[in-house]
Design a protein around this ligand. Structure first.
Ligand SMILES: *Cc1c(COP(=O)(O)O)cnc(C)c1O
Length: 398
């Protein structure tokens, strides 16, 4: 490790609370590659954890951010800014839900907004408040979203948590049915689970949840914070199924790293929030909104939904060859450019070996190596990356 990296890591460790344990100090990024402070390149197959779907350093985002920063970096929500209005209209159009948008700053905050909106609607519809979420799901780190997440590792030591959540098993419709009571107002899930293990919903399950919600007058909420914005080959992962949620949330990839979250509703829920009933100072920030508008244009103009499908299929094929080759590599999971390798053992060992090969990847669900490459990945970079993955797997399992 060089002096640059060591000095900054020492500073960081002395002064930043240890909620993560990072070992690479990143100073720049372009396309699918980041560089550390010693100018060493890495393929970033985390996309900054699902953020840089369009790759790092896209010129149109840089220009949009610089231009907007020079004009206006903030105005309160007592006034309107044009990028936020245009972005809301664009998200509504892309969703096809005919509803409206609430803007905030993160995935957890978007999910909080979804939970509050569902409760507000439930208060007027039978006094119902309980939300059924999936045991392997992930919805964020605020108290309410930790309660929604329903996993012991993220709830431990934070009692008392907000109540009003019940848990069901993902891809098990009977389990969702039995979690529903006369107090249930909504079912909340990811169409493709990220942190929980890169698991896509089966069509029967997600369509069954929709039918169940219709039958029992419940809201269906999709958390698209990780699987949204083209990641799985459609704008929103739920669009890969024959369902329409009542509400869905976005954040991570929405504004290419400028913090932004959004809750998108259908027509029925468009006016449940009224003046004063919910708020966020920075929600709809004009710099973030300008960045998000640029992100959407890039995805459209560079046909990145199609690329996510095409390059994702090639990547999946390559990963499948490792399942065939190594006894301890069990299965490929995921959709589009959201892919996981299920490992018999600790995925951390593989992620560390990948980093030594100069490729950044993530773990998920305790036994999965998770890959979220930028959707702009081309075939030749993919080939390089697959060689690195091959080397790393050889080191760990060879
Ligand atoms: C990351 C994530 C969140 C939390 O988003 P933050 O911006 O970190 O609050 C919520 N849901 C899902 C599915 C996520 O992947």
């Amino acid at each position: 490790m060089s002096n640059n990296t060591q000095e900054i890591l020492d500073l960081y460790k002395a002064s930043v609370m240890p909620t993560y344990s990072p070992s690479v100090v990143i100073s720049s990024g372009k396309g699918v590659t980041v560089r550390d402070v010693d100018n060493r390149p890495f393929y970033d197959f985390t996309s900054g954890i699902g953020v840089h779907n369009i790759g790092y350093g896209n010129g149109r985002v840089v220009e949009a951010v610089q231009g907007q920063a020079a004009r206006l970096t903030h105005c309160s929500n007592l006034f309107v800014n044009e990028p936020a209005a245009r972005l809301a209209a664009k998200l509504v159009a892309l969703s096809g839900l005919d509803g409206k948008v609430f803007f905030c700053n993160s995935g957890a905050e978007a999910n909080e907004a979804a939970i509050k909106l569902a409760r507000k609607w439930g208060a007027a519809n039978g006094g119902r408040y309980e939300i059924v979420t999936m045991r392997q799901g992930f919805h964020g780190r605020t108290l309410a979203t930790v309660a929604a997440t329903g996993q012991a590792w993220c709830q431990q030591d934070y009692d008392p948590l907000p109540t009003g959540f019940a848990y069901a098993d993902y891809n098990d419709l009977e389990s969702v049915k039995s979690a529903i009571t006369d107090k249930t107002v909504a079912v909340m899930l990811e169409a493709v689970q990220g942190e929980g293990g890169v698991t896509p919903a089966t069509p029967e399950f997600i369509e069954g949840v929709r039918a169940l919600c219709d039958e029992r007058n419940l809201l269906m909420i999709c958390d698209e914070v990780q699987c949204g914005m083209g990641r799985t080959g459609t704008w929103f992962a739920w669009q890969g199924y024959n369902v329409k949620p009542d509400l869905f949330t976005l954040a991570k990839s929405l504004a290419d790293g400028i913090p932004m979250g959004a809750l998108v509703s259908n027509a029925k829920l468009a006016d449940v929030f009224t003046p004063g009933s919910h708020a966020s100072t920075f929600g709809g920030n004009p710099v973030a909104a300008a960045a998000a508008l640029a992100v959407i244009s890039v995805i459209e103009d560079e046909k990145l939904l199609q690329r996510a499908n095409e390059v994702g299929a090639l990547f999946r094929e390559a990963l499948q060859s490792f399942v065939d080759k190594y006894e301890k590599v069990l299965e490929v999971r995921g959709k589009g450019m959201m892919l996981g390798l299920v490992i018999d053992g600790d995925p951390k060992a593989v992620v560390d070996a990948l980093r030594d090969q100069s490729l950044l990847a993530l773990t998920a669900g305790g036994n999965v190596v998770r890959f979220l490459p930028p959707l702009v990945l081309n075939e030749s970079d993919l080939e390089d990356a697959v060689d690195m993955i091959s080397e790393a797997l050889d080191t760990v399992f060879g």
